[in-house]
Design a protein around this ligand. Structure first.
Ligand SMILES: [Fe+2]
Length: 232
């Protein structure tokens, strides 16, 4: 078995042969996925300039730096972003940190854009996700309180997450920097980016206000559908 084939088979097994981020998982060179809405679509909760800089500059930088890190490795260059994040701990040491930070940034942001929507289209969790949220946290409101607490409590830069396993067991957790739950064997269902670049222009040091605001623009139809696919 070639090394490349071995890598691919391990990754496919770990992912259950299912790609988590179809829109962003094409191998090197990775490209910046377009926002699925206009820059001003999340106003007044998330301002236009923040969306422009966050997507066009910050996310683009993660993509560029990930491509640079993988450019000299023909084996790893064949892997999708999902596969890279799943098998992070097995990557060669010299490249692991770059994939962790830059690949994590690409993976997390690619998911983040998809989980947001204009407030008028935000909706509510439904179906199996609504049932699981109530069963796990007591109510939608208690779940949102827990996610807010996790997001506000991240020290420095990082993310707060609702995650699931294949059996649909939900959890609220947080990760530092651009670490992603996928690398720890959990599937991110929805995440809140609490890096200052996500909110500082509008909210400055008021992270709790930003966290409360972003819950108005969660795309619950997408998130509900994602949960269903992850646990199918
Ligand atoms: Fe970000």
């Amino acid at each position: 078995m070639t090394t490349r084939r071995c890598f691919l088979e391990i990754a496919a097994l770990a992912l259950g042969a299912e790609r988590i981020l179809a829109a962003a998982d094409a191998p090197v060179p990775f490209t910046l996925p377009p926002l699925p809405y206009a820059y001003d679509a999340l106003e007044p909760y998330i301002d236009t300039q923040t969306m422009q800089i966050h997507h066009d500059k910050h996310h683009q930088a993660y993509v560029n730096n990930l491509n640079k890190a993988l450019a000299g490795d023909p084996v790893l260059s064949k892997l999708s972003i999902d596969e890279l994040m799943v098998k992070l701990d097995t990557l060669p040491a010299p490249i692991r940190t770059a994939v962790r930070n830059q690949g994590g940034g690409h993976y997390n942001h690619s998911l983040f854009w998809q989980t947001l929507a204009p407030a008028s289209q935000s909706g509510k969790p439904s179906g199996e996700l609504a049932v699981a949220l109530t069963k796990t946290f007591g109510s939608q409101e208690k779940f949102e309180d827990g996610l807010k607490t996790a997001a506000v409590g991240v020290f420095g830069s990082g993310w707060a997450w609702l995650t699931t396993d294949k059996a649909g067991k939900l959890a609220i957790e947080s990760t530092p920097n651009q670490d992603t739950p996928l690398s720890a064997g959990r599937y991110p269902v929805v995440g809140i980016d609490v890096w200052e670049h996500a909110y500082y222009l509008k909210y400055q040091n008021r992270r709790p206000e930003y966290v409360a605001a972003i819950l108005h623009v969660i795309n619950w139809d997408f998130v509900t559908s994602r949960f269903k696919k992850l646990t199918a």
